[in-house]
Design a protein around this ligand. Structure first.
Ligand SMILES: [Ca+2]
Ligand SMILES: [Ca+2]
Length: 229
């Protein structure tokens, strides 16, 4: 009760509470065209827009299938950009990539992932797509890929497939860098301390009003003791 009350007060105070890990699945978005979407504290954008698709039958020729919605590009040359909606530095751990359309050759051969850091340096990695893409067929269209450890401390990350080749993207595992969560100002610390103190006093006052049941060993029954003032 006490911890739950503190959590509610912290939330009401407007102090940012960050998930340590977040999965960007796109699962909560209906099919359609989007210029940008927000999920779990992160923004995903592409100019002028990308598709959210639910499966192979969503387009013609058929698209890949993974049983859930995913992001599909209109133009691989224009970067799909991901960044923390609150401006925190973050790490990208893994993602799922697939081609865009069944039986379209050549499909996207390779997606390049570029992570941008605050001090202007970049991390870059390219992932070859396996060409396996049978839509509603039994094969796994999406590949699960791990990013190198250099993809941390990022302000944003971008995905590109050159020569206008389309590709599909799902299940980005990202996490805000804990060291980048800002410390509270002295005023903020005082405010947080007062919130915790208030929650404690409220919990103690309610506990005093409740009857307290004491059970002593070696005796049958129990004594009821009221601490009401
Ligand atoms: Ca398939
Ligand atoms: Ca594939």
């Amino acid at each position: 009760m006490f911890l739950r009350r503190i959590a509610v007060l912290v939330a009401l105070s407007g102090i940012a509470v960050l998930p340590l890990k977040a999965q960007l699945t796109f699962d909560s978005f209906p099919e359609g065209l989007y210029g940008a979407i927000g999920e779990n504290g992160f923004t995903v954008s592409q100019e002028p827009a990308f598709f959210i698709l639910e499966g192979s039958s969503s387009c013609s020729p058929p698209c890949p299938e993974n049983g859930t919605p995913y992001l599909a590009t209109q133009n691989g040359d224009i970067p799909v950009r991901v960044f923390s909606s609150d401006g925190f530095l973050f790490t990208i751990v893994s993602l799922d990539l697939a081609e865009q359309h069944v039986a379209v050759v050549p499909s996207c051969p390779e997606v390049t992932v570029t992570g941008f850091r605050e001090e202007q340096s970049v991390a870059s990695a390219s992932f070859s797509l396996d060409g396996v893409n049978d839509g509603a067929g039994p094969l796994d269209d999406f590949q699960h890929l791990l990013l190198p450890s250099e993809f941390r401390g990022l302000t944003s990350v971008e995905f590109v497939c050159s020569n206008l080749r389309r590709y599909s993207l799902a299940n980005l595992a990202v996490s805000p860098d804990v060291s980048e969560i800002p410390t509270l100002s002295p005023g903020g610390l005082v405010g947080l301390a007062l919130l915790i103190l208030s929650a404690g006093l409220l919990t103690l006052r309610q506990a005093k009003r409740r009857p307290l049941t004491l059970r002593s060993s070696g005796q049958s029954g129990c004594a009821l003791l009221s601490l009401s003032s």
